[in-house]
Design a protein around this ligand. Structure first.
Ligand code: SF4
Ligand code: MG
Length: 338
């Protein structure tokens, strides 16, 4: 399908007293209209930083230090979001690009009735809309997420965590966006509610056709929801491709480790194994592959040379020396990584 977002070489630094730390390093990928892209990786891998940088919502000390985020409007106009000011971006936010934050409690205004919060967003987008029409639309949007319309009169604290999170999703959809970014949208609610919310999101996505960038550390949930997956490690995308391919035939040892650390949904409950070793210290990354200290397949080259993201199949790219072409001539391809 059509390209919606093209991310080119996007890098985000955290400015610290000890210097700049690369939180996202040279991320490149494209997102098609209506596509669901899952971002996975352990905490600290750069998932949240990347998603907020996509929408230019990153806060100090995070700074975008390079790259482009090209938004392809349905009018054919391509806009690089990176150099835009907040004021210039205001029109695109909500209207075209929306975000659902991790915590509804932080995202919703605690002293405002839910309906009034919808009215603010809707009228910022369309100042000619009457308050009555906006409240009507708020009710429709809440109903979309299975929330009774009369909840427009409620304050956030009068609702359950699940209901708050669902109303946040409705709010994100208020102006019919092309893209909804969801950063761990269900971490604040229990597992049953998570599944209810996510199946609702999926139904709405099919109905309304928006694209989703979905962040979670739960690979099995991502696998179920996403068309494609991007796996992040130490600020880099280390593998990206169709979800089923990455799950069943990972080309990167980290993807495999991440997969194996999660029991499949609905499978008999097995103990969740963490990935052995400690998460990388961004201040102090190894010279070669950042995963090398934890990788059971590490070779000499892994300690000296950083692997680049290269095409490993028709639709997947990975950054791992196991996929280097010269390795195939000695008979060891990525297949023995499985
Ligand atoms: Fe492991 Fe080497 Fe591949 Fe890194 S490049 S994931 S250390 S095999
Ligand atoms: Mg996060």
């Amino acid at each position: 399908g059509d390209v919606l977002l093209e991310v080119q070489d996007l890098s985000v630094d955290y400015l610290t007293l000890n210097g700049a730390v690369s939180a996202v390093s040279h991320a490149s990928f494209a997102l098609r209209r209506g596509e669901i892209l899952g971002l996975a990786g352990e905490s600290g891998s750069g998932k949240s930083t990347l998603t907020t940088a996509l929408l230019r919502l990153q806060r100090s000390p995070a700074v975008t230090v390079g790259g482009k985020v090209l938004y392809h409007g349905d009018d054919g106009i391509v806009t690089d979001l990176v150099p835009r000011t907040d004021k210039e971006l205001l029109h695109l936010r909500w209207n075209k690009l929306a975000i659902v934050m991790q915590s509804a409690m932080d995202a919703l205004n605690p002293v405002k009735r839910l309906g009034a919060q919808f009215v603010d967003v809707l009228r910022q987008h369309d100042p000619r809309m009457t308050e009555k029409a906006a409240l009507e639309r708020a009710g429709d949007l809440l109903a979309l997420s299975g929330i009774p319309r009369d909840r427009v009169d409620s304050f956030p604290h009068e609702m359950s965590g699940g209901m708050r999170q669902r109303s946040l999703i409705s709010l994100a959809l208020a102006c019919d966006p092309d893209l909804v970014v969801m950063d761990e949208p269900t971490t604040a609610v229990d597992v049953v509610m998570q599944r209810t919310i996510m199946s609702q999101v999926l139904r709405l996505q099919r109905e309304l056709g928006f694209a989703i960038v979905f962040v979670t550390h739960d690979l099995s949930l991502l696998l179920e929801l996403s068309d494609r997956l991007a796996i992040m490690y130490a600020g880099k995308i280390v593998e990206i491709g169709p979800s089923t391919e990455l799950y069943h035939h990972p080309s990167h040892p980290y993807t495999k480790a991440l997969r194996d650390s999660f029991p499949p949904l609905y499978a008999p409950l097995v103990e969740m194994r963490g990935i052995p070793g400690t998460a990388p210290d961004l201040m102090n990354l190894p010279k070669g592959c950042a995963f090398a200290p934890r990788c059971t397949r590490a070779m000499e080259v892994c300690g000296t040379t950083r692997p680049e993201l290269v095409q490993v199949s028709e639709k997947a790219d990975a950054a791992c020396h196991l996929n280097d072409p010269q390795r195939e001539t000695v008979g060891a391809g990525p297949s023995d990584a499985r």
